[in-house]
Design a protein around this ligand. Structure first.
Ligand SMILES: C[S@@+](CC[C@H](N)C(=O)[O-])C[C@H]1O[C@@H](n2cnc3c(N)ncnc32)[C@H](O)[C@@H]1O
Length: 295
Protein backbone atom coordinates (compact mmCIF):
# COMPACT_ATOMS: atom_id res chain seq x y z
CA UNK A 1 0.00 0.00 0.00
CA UNK A 2 1.31 3.46 -0.88
CA UNK A 3 2.34 5.36 2.20
CA UNK A 4 3.61 8.87 1.64
CA UNK A 5 1.35 9.49 -1.24
CA UNK A 6 2.14 11.27 -4.45
CA UNK A 7 0.37 14.53 -5.19
CA UNK A 8 0.77 15.99 -8.62
CA UNK A 9 -0.27 19.55 -7.74
CA UNK A 10 -3.87 20.57 -8.34
CA UNK A 11 -6.55 17.94 -8.16
CA UNK A 12 -6.29 15.77 -11.23
CA UNK A 13 -6.01 12.24 -12.55
CA UNK A 14 -2.57 11.64 -11.03
CA UNK A 15 -3.40 13.01 -7.59
CA UNK A 16 -4.07 10.85 -4.56
CA UNK A 17 -7.12 11.85 -2.55
CA UNK A 18 -6.72 12.98 1.01
CA UNK A 19 -9.57 13.56 3.47
CA UNK A 20 -9.75 17.29 2.63
CA UNK A 21 -10.04 16.59 -1.12
CA UNK A 22 -12.68 14.00 -0.32
CA UNK A 23 -14.64 16.69 1.52
CA UNK A 24 -14.21 19.49 -0.99
CA UNK A 25 -13.86 17.85 -4.41
CA UNK A 26 -17.03 15.78 -4.09
CA UNK A 27 -17.65 14.35 -7.56
CA UNK A 28 -14.37 15.45 -9.14
CA UNK A 29 -12.39 12.32 -8.32
CA UNK A 30 -12.23 9.06 -10.22
CA UNK A 31 -13.32 5.64 -8.94
CA UNK A 32 -9.66 4.60 -8.71
CA UNK A 33 -8.81 7.68 -6.64
CA UNK A 34 -11.75 7.02 -4.32
CA UNK A 35 -10.75 3.35 -3.93
CA UNK A 36 -7.14 4.30 -3.12
CA UNK A 37 -8.35 6.82 -0.52
CA UNK A 38 -10.53 4.29 1.32
CA UNK A 39 -7.83 1.60 1.12
CA UNK A 40 -5.41 4.01 2.82
CA UNK A 41 -7.66 4.49 5.88
CA UNK A 42 -6.96 2.03 8.68
CA UNK A 43 -9.07 2.21 11.83
CA UNK A 44 -7.69 1.86 15.33
CA UNK A 45 -9.19 -1.65 15.63
CA UNK A 46 -6.88 -2.80 12.80
CA UNK A 47 -9.51 -2.94 10.05
CA UNK A 48 -9.20 -1.05 6.77
CA UNK A 49 -11.88 0.89 4.93
CA UNK A 50 -10.90 -0.82 1.65
CA UNK A 51 -13.75 -1.10 -0.84
CA UNK A 52 -14.32 -0.52 -4.54
CA UNK A 53 -16.94 -0.10 -7.23
CA UNK A 54 -18.33 -3.39 -8.60
CA UNK A 55 -16.44 -5.39 -5.98
CA UNK A 56 -19.49 -7.48 -5.05
CA UNK A 57 -21.28 -7.81 -8.42
CA UNK A 58 -21.07 -11.62 -8.56
CA UNK A 59 -22.21 -11.91 -4.95
CA UNK A 60 -25.24 -9.73 -5.77
CA UNK A 61 -26.07 -12.00 -8.73
CA UNK A 62 -25.83 -15.17 -6.63
CA UNK A 63 -28.00 -13.79 -3.81
CA UNK A 64 -30.67 -12.42 -6.16
CA UNK A 65 -30.79 -15.69 -8.15
CA UNK A 66 -31.30 -17.64 -4.93
CA UNK A 67 -34.01 -15.27 -3.70
CA UNK A 68 -35.74 -15.55 -7.07
CA UNK A 69 -35.71 -19.38 -6.81
CA UNK A 70 -37.09 -19.18 -3.26
CA UNK A 71 -39.64 -16.51 -4.13
CA UNK A 72 -38.15 -14.26 -1.41
CA UNK A 73 -38.32 -10.48 -1.58
CA UNK A 74 -36.61 -9.08 1.52
CA UNK A 75 -37.74 -5.51 2.11
CA UNK A 76 -35.75 -4.52 5.20
CA UNK A 77 -32.04 -5.05 4.56
CA UNK A 78 -28.95 -4.19 6.55
CA UNK A 79 -25.43 -3.90 5.10
CA UNK A 80 -22.81 -3.95 7.86
CA UNK A 81 -19.32 -2.42 7.56
CA UNK A 82 -20.06 -0.65 4.29
CA UNK A 83 -17.09 1.74 4.16
CA UNK A 84 -17.89 4.23 1.34
CA UNK A 85 -21.32 2.65 0.82
CA UNK A 86 -20.72 2.19 -2.90
CA UNK A 87 -21.41 -1.54 -2.75
CA UNK A 88 -24.68 -0.81 -0.90
CA UNK A 89 -25.82 1.46 -3.79
CA UNK A 90 -24.85 -1.21 -6.30
CA UNK A 91 -26.78 -3.81 -4.30
CA UNK A 92 -29.83 -1.51 -4.23
CA UNK A 93 -29.52 -1.10 -8.03
CA UNK A 94 -29.31 -4.87 -8.56
CA UNK A 95 -32.33 -5.44 -6.28
CA UNK A 96 -34.37 -2.77 -8.05
CA UNK A 97 -33.54 -4.39 -11.44
CA UNK A 98 -34.72 -7.73 -10.03
CA UNK A 99 -38.02 -6.19 -8.89
CA UNK A 100 -37.10 -6.29 -5.19
CA UNK A 101 -38.06 -3.03 -3.49
CA UNK A 102 -35.93 -2.82 -0.39
CA UNK A 103 -34.61 -0.17 1.95
CA UNK A 104 -31.05 -0.70 3.11
CA UNK A 105 -29.62 0.46 6.41
CA UNK A 106 -25.89 0.80 5.68
CA UNK A 107 -23.71 0.90 8.78
CA UNK A 108 -20.08 1.26 9.69
CA UNK A 109 -18.01 1.69 12.83
CA UNK A 110 -16.45 4.81 11.35
CA UNK A 111 -18.68 6.75 9.01
CA UNK A 112 -17.51 10.25 9.76
CA UNK A 113 -14.32 11.94 10.81
CA UNK A 114 -13.22 15.46 11.72
CA UNK A 115 -10.61 17.50 9.90
CA UNK A 116 -8.56 19.65 12.25
CA UNK A 117 -5.82 22.10 11.24
CA UNK A 118 -2.84 21.81 13.57
CA UNK A 119 -0.32 24.05 11.75
CA UNK A 120 -0.26 25.93 8.44
CA UNK A 121 -0.13 23.15 5.83
CA UNK A 122 -0.73 20.40 8.39
CA UNK A 123 -4.15 18.88 9.10
CA UNK A 124 -5.31 15.62 10.62
CA UNK A 125 -8.40 13.51 10.08
CA UNK A 126 -9.63 12.27 13.47
CA UNK A 127 -12.03 9.46 14.38
CA UNK A 128 -14.82 9.99 16.91
CA UNK A 129 -12.41 9.21 19.77
CA UNK A 130 -10.06 11.96 18.60
CA UNK A 131 -7.46 9.51 17.23
CA UNK A 132 -5.62 10.31 14.01
CA UNK A 133 -6.83 8.40 10.94
CA UNK A 134 -4.76 10.38 8.44
CA UNK A 135 -2.13 13.11 8.51
CA UNK A 136 -2.25 15.64 5.65
CA UNK A 137 1.01 17.47 5.08
CA UNK A 138 1.13 20.04 2.29
CA UNK A 139 -1.76 18.15 0.69
CA UNK A 140 0.00 14.78 0.94
CA UNK A 141 -1.87 12.07 2.87
CA UNK A 142 0.34 10.18 5.32
CA UNK A 143 -0.83 7.16 7.28
CA UNK A 144 -0.64 6.93 11.09
CA UNK A 145 0.31 3.25 11.31
CA UNK A 146 3.64 1.54 10.86
CA UNK A 147 4.06 -1.41 8.55
CA UNK A 148 6.84 -3.06 10.55
CA UNK A 149 10.62 -2.56 10.55
CA UNK A 150 10.65 -2.38 6.72
CA UNK A 151 9.12 1.07 7.07
CA UNK A 152 12.23 2.41 8.79
CA UNK A 153 14.54 1.02 6.10
CA UNK A 154 12.62 3.06 3.56
CA UNK A 155 12.56 6.12 5.83
CA UNK A 156 8.75 6.28 5.87
CA UNK A 157 8.61 4.93 9.40
CA UNK A 158 10.49 7.98 10.70
CA UNK A 159 8.01 10.34 8.99
CA UNK A 160 5.02 8.43 10.36
CA UNK A 161 6.47 8.25 13.89
CA UNK A 162 7.43 11.96 13.88
CA UNK A 163 3.95 13.02 12.70
CA UNK A 164 2.26 10.82 15.31
CA UNK A 165 4.39 12.48 17.99
CA UNK A 166 3.75 15.97 16.61
CA UNK A 167 -0.02 15.40 16.49
CA UNK A 168 0.11 14.02 20.04
CA UNK A 169 1.72 17.27 21.19
CA UNK A 170 -0.40 19.67 19.15
CA UNK A 171 -3.86 18.15 19.55
CA UNK A 172 -4.26 18.97 23.27
CA UNK A 173 -3.17 22.56 22.51
CA UNK A 174 -5.65 23.00 19.65
CA UNK A 175 -9.06 24.55 19.99
CA UNK A 176 -10.99 21.66 18.47
CA UNK A 177 -14.18 23.67 17.96
CA UNK A 178 -12.57 26.32 15.77
CA UNK A 179 -12.18 25.45 12.11
CA UNK A 180 -13.02 21.79 12.69
CA UNK A 181 -14.79 20.25 9.70
CA UNK A 182 -16.91 17.11 9.70
CA UNK A 183 -16.18 14.69 6.86
CA UNK A 184 -18.81 12.11 5.97
CA UNK A 185 -16.73 9.18 4.74
CA UNK A 186 -19.40 8.07 2.27
CA UNK A 187 -19.43 8.13 -1.53
CA UNK A 188 -21.36 11.21 -2.78
CA UNK A 189 -23.86 9.12 -4.82
CA UNK A 190 -24.50 6.80 -1.89
CA UNK A 191 -25.22 9.80 0.37
CA UNK A 192 -27.99 11.00 -1.93
CA UNK A 193 -29.66 7.64 -2.64
CA UNK A 194 -33.17 7.58 -1.13
CA UNK A 195 -33.11 3.76 -0.81
CA UNK A 196 -30.25 3.97 1.69
CA UNK A 197 -29.90 5.31 5.20
CA UNK A 198 -26.56 5.42 7.01
CA UNK A 199 -25.71 4.89 10.65
CA UNK A 200 -22.67 4.27 12.81
CA UNK A 201 -22.66 0.84 14.40
CA UNK A 202 -20.25 -1.50 16.16
CA UNK A 203 -21.07 -5.09 15.29
CA UNK A 204 -19.03 -6.30 18.27
CA UNK A 205 -20.98 -4.22 20.83
CA UNK A 206 -24.34 -5.21 22.35
CA UNK A 207 -27.19 -4.56 19.90
CA UNK A 208 -29.11 -1.29 20.18
CA UNK A 209 -32.81 -2.05 20.86
CA UNK A 210 -33.96 -0.42 17.60
CA UNK A 211 -31.87 -2.88 15.53
CA UNK A 212 -33.20 -6.08 17.11
CA UNK A 213 -35.61 -8.32 15.18
CA UNK A 214 -35.86 -5.81 12.33
CA UNK A 215 -34.23 -7.14 9.14
CA UNK A 216 -35.18 -9.75 6.53
CA UNK A 217 -31.59 -9.92 5.27
CA UNK A 218 -28.20 -8.76 6.51
CA UNK A 219 -24.94 -8.71 4.59
CA UNK A 220 -21.50 -8.42 6.07
CA UNK A 221 -18.67 -8.34 3.57
CA UNK A 222 -14.96 -8.10 4.19
CA UNK A 223 -15.30 -7.58 7.92
CA UNK A 224 -15.90 -10.85 9.78
CA UNK A 225 -12.54 -12.37 8.85
CA UNK A 226 -10.15 -14.42 10.96
CA UNK A 227 -7.45 -11.88 10.09
CA UNK A 228 -9.39 -9.08 11.80
CA UNK A 229 -11.08 -10.72 14.79
CA UNK A 230 -10.60 -13.71 17.09
CA UNK A 231 -13.08 -16.58 17.36
CA UNK A 232 -14.89 -15.15 20.40
CA UNK A 233 -15.36 -11.80 18.66
CA UNK A 234 -16.61 -13.50 15.49
CA UNK A 235 -19.09 -15.57 17.52
CA UNK A 236 -20.29 -12.45 19.31
CA UNK A 237 -20.78 -10.62 16.01
CA UNK A 238 -22.71 -13.55 14.46
CA UNK A 239 -24.94 -13.64 17.57
CA UNK A 240 -25.63 -9.92 17.16
CA UNK A 241 -26.45 -10.36 13.48
CA UNK A 242 -28.90 -13.20 14.22
CA UNK A 243 -30.56 -11.06 16.87
CA UNK A 244 -31.10 -8.29 14.29
CA UNK A 245 -32.98 -10.63 11.92
CA UNK A 246 -36.76 -10.99 12.04
CA UNK A 247 -36.54 -14.77 12.56
CA UNK A 248 -37.15 -17.95 10.55
CA UNK A 249 -36.75 -17.45 6.79
CA UNK A 250 -34.50 -14.40 7.08
CA UNK A 251 -31.04 -14.32 5.51
CA UNK A 252 -27.42 -13.65 6.42
CA UNK A 253 -24.75 -13.15 3.76
CA UNK A 254 -21.09 -13.34 4.75
CA UNK A 255 -18.38 -12.69 2.18
CA UNK A 256 -14.68 -12.06 1.83
CA UNK A 257 -12.89 -10.69 -1.23
CA UNK A 258 -9.39 -12.13 -1.62
CA UNK A 259 -6.40 -10.12 -2.83
CA UNK A 260 -6.97 -11.44 -6.37
CA UNK A 261 -10.46 -9.89 -6.35
CA UNK A 262 -12.43 -13.15 -6.09
CA UNK A 263 -15.38 -13.26 -3.71
CA UNK A 264 -15.96 -16.18 -1.36
CA UNK A 265 -19.28 -15.94 0.36
CA UNK A 266 -22.17 -17.92 1.80
CA UNK A 267 -25.90 -17.18 1.83
CA UNK A 268 -27.37 -18.52 5.08
CA UNK A 269 -31.01 -18.72 6.15
CA UNK A 270 -32.45 -18.94 9.66
CA UNK A 271 -34.55 -22.05 10.27
CA UNK A 272 -37.46 -22.58 12.66
CA UNK A 273 -35.00 -23.55 15.43
CA UNK A 274 -33.27 -20.17 15.06
CA UNK A 275 -30.15 -21.84 13.58
CA UNK A 276 -28.46 -20.87 10.34
CA UNK A 277 -28.48 -23.23 7.36
CA UNK A 278 -26.47 -22.84 4.16
CA UNK A 279 -28.54 -21.91 1.10
CA UNK A 280 -25.76 -21.29 -1.43
CA UNK A 281 -22.05 -20.59 -1.71
CA UNK A 282 -19.96 -18.42 -3.95
CA UNK A 283 -16.69 -20.25 -4.73
CA UNK A 284 -15.20 -21.51 -1.43
CA UNK A 285 -17.92 -19.92 0.69
CA UNK A 286 -17.44 -17.89 3.84
CA UNK A 287 -14.32 -18.61 5.87
CA UNK A 288 -16.42 -18.33 9.06
CA UNK A 289 -19.10 -20.75 7.86
CA UNK A 290 -18.45 -23.20 10.72
CA UNK A 291 -18.91 -20.41 13.25
CA UNK A 292 -22.19 -19.28 11.66
CA UNK A 293 -23.55 -22.83 11.41
CA UNK A 294 -22.73 -23.59 15.05
CA UNK A 295 -24.07 -20.28 16.39
C1 LIG B 1 -12.80 -3.77 4.37
S1 LIG B 1 -14.14 -2.68 4.62
C2 LIG B 1 -15.45 -3.52 3.76
C3 LIG B 1 -16.31 -2.60 2.94
C4 LIG B 1 -17.42 -3.27 2.11
N1 LIG B 1 -18.32 -4.04 2.93
C5 LIG B 1 -16.82 -4.16 1.05
O1 LIG B 1 -16.94 -5.39 1.12
O2 LIG B 1 -16.20 -3.61 0.12
C6 LIG B 1 -14.51 -3.03 6.33
C7 LIG B 1 -15.39 -1.95 6.97
O3 LIG B 1 -15.83 -2.41 8.25
C8 LIG B 1 -15.82 -1.31 9.14
N2 LIG B 1 -15.71 -1.82 10.51
C9 LIG B 1 -14.59 -2.13 11.19
N3 LIG B 1 -14.87 -2.59 12.42
C10 LIG B 1 -16.22 -2.57 12.52
C11 LIG B 1 -17.13 -2.93 13.55
N4 LIG B 1 -16.70 -3.40 14.73
N5 LIG B 1 -18.46 -2.76 13.33
C12 LIG B 1 -18.92 -2.29 12.13
N6 LIG B 1 -18.10 -1.94 11.12
C13 LIG B 1 -16.77 -2.08 11.31
C14 LIG B 1 -14.63 -0.48 8.70
O4 LIG B 1 -14.79 0.88 9.08
C15 LIG B 1 -14.66 -0.65 7.20
O5 LIG B 1 -15.34 0.41 6.57
Amino acid sequence: MTVLMRFSGGFGGGAVLNARNFLTESDAFTQAQEAAFFASIRLRNGTYKTTDHHRLDDLNRLVIDEWRKLGSKPSQIMDVGVSSGISSVEWADALTCAGIEATILATDLCMRGSLVRLLPGYEVLLDRDGKVLQHIVANRPVRWYLNGPRDFLKGTGFVVAALNTLAGVLLPLTNMREGRKDVLLVNPHARDDARLTFAEDDILAPNAAHLRGRFNAIRVSNLLNHGYFNEAQLRGAVGNLRDRLVGAGSFLIVNRTLANGTNHGTLFRLNGANRFETVAKLREGSEIESIVLSA
